[in-house]
Each structure stands twice: as structure tokens, then as C-alpha cells.
Design a protein around this ligand. Sequence first.
Ligand code: HEM
Length: 539
Amino acid sequence: MTKKTATNQENSKKQQLAAHTEDGRGQYLTTNQGVRINDNQNSLKAGARGPSLLEDFILREKLTHFDHERIPERVVHARGSAAHGVFQVYQSMANYTKAGFLQDASKQTPVFVRFSTVVGFRGSTDLARDVRGFAVKFYTEEGIFDLVGNNIPVFFIQDAMKFPDLVHSIKPEPHNEIPQATAAHDTFWDFVSLMPEATHMVMWAMSDRAIPRSYRMMEGFGVHTFRFINEAGKSTFVKFHWKPMLGMHAVAWDEAQKISGADPDFHRRDLWEAIEKGMYPEWELGVQLVAEEDEHAFPFDLLDPTKIIPEEMVPVTPIGKLTLNRNPDNFFAETEQVAFHPGHIVPGLDFTNDPLLQGRLFSYTDTQLIRLGSPNFHEIPINRSVAPVHNNQRDGHMRQTINKGIASYEPNTVGGGCPFQAKIAEGGFSSYPERVEAHKVRERSASFSDHFSQATLFYRSQSKAEQRHIIGAYSFELGKVNRVEIRQRMLGILAQVDKDLAQAVGENLGLEVPETPEQPINRGVPANADQTTYEPQSS
Ligand code: HEM
């Protein structure tokens, strides 16, 4: 790792934040109304030993503000750390996307990146065995694009309908709030043993990927398949990858335990100190591109978030670099109040019908309305777009913008307000006109039904030492499960991934691997599940 001199780019986001940044050093102490305070030690009393007076507006204001200092933590990903930086594309991606920030190799786009664990509370240890969030906010000149990803390329469930169930199972058990930050308990294993679609991601979560050495040494993934859209309106499927320039590194489980005891802020400290020392962490953004015509050329469904596209089938092409070069000035104002949303996209990008992604598009604004308390949370400095914002949305709690003019509707002839009628049709975001013709059903596509092949692929891609870690992790975690029928059901699942793995875990638990797995383990295998190559249908 090389020590870098600070890039002297005065980017637009930095300037925007500066307007809202306060430095009280050397200043007079004042109330929130700007009135100077002459005594910050004593409340106002009737006599030095007498009762305090209700009149003491300085004491009242100070206590009231303090009483309201806390906001709800995120319902998931509560524990996190963030940094500012820049993203720069290597060369124009115009063939695939018209997104402005992916056109010009000389342009730097400001970013804010938050890493997190998923399950633990805000104060939990960084070294828990858990998935890590990897959320990137690009402040582009065309508006905000959030790539809200994880350090594992697949997800536990296929449909947003199951997300509350998943999270309820994985959070501390409701009667005693144990355990705080690991998966080692009955409800989690109960759920995933009944949900074979979780098998692939659980395998990753039991691997070394779930105990990274540092945020700087983790991969990141967009997980879902998205779309790039070019100027001509052509769509290309895209999967996003972040590859750390420092390489990928993990700690061993015993090391994680010791570090958690000695320094629960280990990852937070590591990120902070690296940036303070000018050892700026870097990642390459990579893409896997699949032509629209090849949507059905794979032995799995591109819309299924429990599947990767193996890199042997579609290589990852590096297209740009992310550099984190500045620590936040204030944890609460920036890291805590930042609001990421997979639905924040810019022209040149679009969604697919992945039913997990579709549910996420609802969930983030909904949760942020309660977490941040107002429909105006986009006006919080860290969430402000650097692209100008003009619309007819008005008022609401904590409104900051002072909108001029009498028109807050469109069309209008009285002037003022916005947008001007004539501007509406000029450019802007338009959704990819995907043809959809179907019956309205509550169903899962049969193309989503192979839950084990890629779990096997992942397990067998691991080195012997890594496989031992996976066996150790399953044995440790399942060893904490009280109900023997849950352990047994998990062995049935593992047997469908790899017989030796199931056998080894079974031996450690002192349990027989079941001959036939219990219901409802429902292995539906598409006809082409053995396909390992990809024959492009596109020319
Ligand atoms: C945070 C919901 C799946 C990555 C959150 C939050 C919610 C949520 C409610 C808290 C947001 C906040 O308070 O600001 C969901 C739902 C999902 C889902 C309903 C599925 C239906 C995923 C997936 C990924 C992911 C598949 C990864 C690709 C993240 C990350 C954060 C987050 C990184 C933390 C963002 C931050 O640092 O502030 N999610 N999530 N989530 N989610 Fe999801």
C-alpha cells in the first residue's frame, strides 16, 4: 500500500457540505437563538441553595436538546462506518450506458461510502460473523445514484415478502435479546433450515468472507442484476462488483473472538486511521455485462438474487476506481443521517424485475421516514444532491428550502414554482420500456428453484483450509442451537450441498446425517442445471 498525497480536488460535494459545517473553536457560547451565554456551570435559582426557576430558558433549551439527541438506529445495518471519496471511470462506457458519471475518464464524482454489519446494534462489535454492507452514494451531476450492496454477492431470500421473516429470525431472540450479534441461535437456524433458498448465502456467511480483516480488504457486490441503458435506448444487463486494491483478507475465527474482546471498534478504527494517514483505500468497480438477448442463456435466472453469474461464464471487467480520502467531520450528521436507497438511480441505469429488488425499492424511503423523522431528509447536507433540485413538493417537518413564487403546481400560467412546463419533456429519466404481459399471480418462477448447485460450487471452490473453516463455523454455530430437530434439518440441507461437509459437521455435532432430508426440502432442478458454460445468443 502506498502513502498518497491528498488529492487537491475541491469537489462539489465538499463545498456544499462546507456551507453547513460549524466550527465553534474560539467562538462565544450561545443559545440556539444566538444569544450569548455567560454561565455554563449553574442553573438559575431562587438563591444559591434555592429551587431552580422554570424561567431558565438556557437550562431548558440545553436539556431539551439533549433529551432528543437519539434517533432510532437502522432496523438492519445499524453498526457502520463511513468515509468520503471520489469515483473515476477508466474510459467512456457510452456503448452501454448514457450515465453521465460513466462517460469521461477525466471526471471525478464525489462519493460517500458506508460499511456496516447487518445484525448487531449500533454499539456491537465489528468482528461479528455477519454479512457486511457496502453502500456507495455517488453525487453525480445528474442526481444521486446509490449502489447499496453487500460484501457477499447473493442474498438469503428470493422475494421481498420474506425479508421481515428473515430479519426477525436473525435478530436477537425476542424474549431475552440473546445473542446480540451472531447467527448462533435457534431462530436463525430454524428459519434457514426451512428455507432452502438461503443455503447458498448461508454457505458464504459460514466462510471467511463473513469475518473480514478490514473494510479496506473486502469485495462489494450490487447483488441484483441491474440494467445499463445507452443513448439509443438499448439495455444491457449488469452486475456490479467492487474489488479491493489491497486484495481480500479475512481473520480466523479465534482471532475475531480475541479482537472483539480487545477492540470492538477494530474495523472502524482501521478505516479511520488509514485515511488519516493518507493510505487511502481503493476499489475497482467491475461489471459483468449480459446482452438483453441472453437473458435466458444461463442455467439459473438472472432475476434470482440467490445466484451469482460465475466469472468463468461472464468475466468481470474493471471500469473505474473508487478512492476513499476523507473522514467525516461528524459521525451523527454524516454517517448516521445518510440515507441510501437502491431506488436512487440516474438516467442510463434501470432496475430489473428481481422480486427482492422490487421490494427494496419500497422499503428504504419508508424506513427512513421514521428513522430520520421527516419527508425532508433529502435536505440533510449529507443527503443533498449536488444536481439542483426543483419540484413542487412543499412543506412538511423541518423544511429547509424557502421556495419562492405562488405556484407549487403544474401546469400553471402565473409563473414561479417549477418546473417550467416547457422543460418537462426535455431529457430526464425515463424507464426502460420492458414489455410485460402476464397474469397477475402470487407465485415463484420455476427458474428460481435450484437452491443447491451454486452452494456446492462455492464450497468446492474453497481451499482445504477454507473448507475446514466452513466446517468449523457450521459446527460452532449449530452447536449453539438447542433444538436437535433444527440441527438435524440443517444436516439434511448440507447433505444436498456436499456429503463430506454434512458428514464432517454431523460428526462434530454427534449426529447422523439423515438418509433422506426432511420435508419441506424441495429441490427443484431446472433441466439445464449442469450447464457450466455460457453460449451467448447475441451476435
Ligand atoms: C439497509 C431493507 C435487502 C443492503 C436497509 C434498511 C432497510 C433495508 C429497512 C435500513 C435503511 C435505513 O435505515 O437507512 C431491506 C429489504 C431488503 C433488503 C426490505 C429485501 C427485500 C438488501 C440486500 C442488500 C442490502 C439484498 C445488498 C445487496 C443494505 C445495506 C444497508 C441496508 C448496505 C445499509 C445502508 C447504510 O449503510 O445506511 N435495508 N434490505 N439490503 N441494506 Fe437492505
